[in-house]
Design a protein. Structure first.
Length: 132
């Protein structure tokens, strides 16, 4: 093995780093995880995987909004910024935390290498009759 590669004598990983590496390796095969495209406000798009959690629809003043927490790998999305978007199964979600809400690393689980992003999408009707 070459120096600097995992398993070589010059690379030592902590137990937490080993767990993070394993979680990132199995994430694409976990139930509910699908391919996604993350589009930062500044910079190029990133192909990644995402898992939608806590999906709900709310309405008020004639507007309908769907919100969800979306789990994405931190190595793919190192610094999420409000109004970044993520496309999942053809639907565009916008990173827009609720007031007093923040992104959480791993949903609050120490050592989990994922962001849990509060996202939403507008459900305005389209000419075809569905939401967009």
């Amino acid at each position: 093995q070459k120096p600097g590669q995992p398993g070589s004598a010059s690379v030592t990983m902590t137990p937490t780093e080993r767990i993070e590496m394993r979680l990132l390796a199995i994430f694409p095969r976990m139930p509910g995880v699908v391919p996604a495209i993350y589009r930062p406000k500044a910079g190029g798009e990133v192909a990644t995987y995402a898992q939608i959690e806590k999906r709900q629809v709310s309405s008020g003043n004639g507007a309908r909004v769907e919100s969800a927490d979306i789990r994405v790998p931190i190595p793919d999305v190192p610094d999420p910024v409000i109004d970044d978007t993520i496309e999942i199964s053809g639907l565009i979600w916008t990173y827009r935390p609720e007031p007093l809400s923040t992104s959480q690393r791993g949903g609050g689980i120490p050592g989990e290498p994922f962001w849990l992003l509060s996202c939403r999408r507008d459900l305005r009707p389209t000419l075809a009759g569905g939401g967009r």
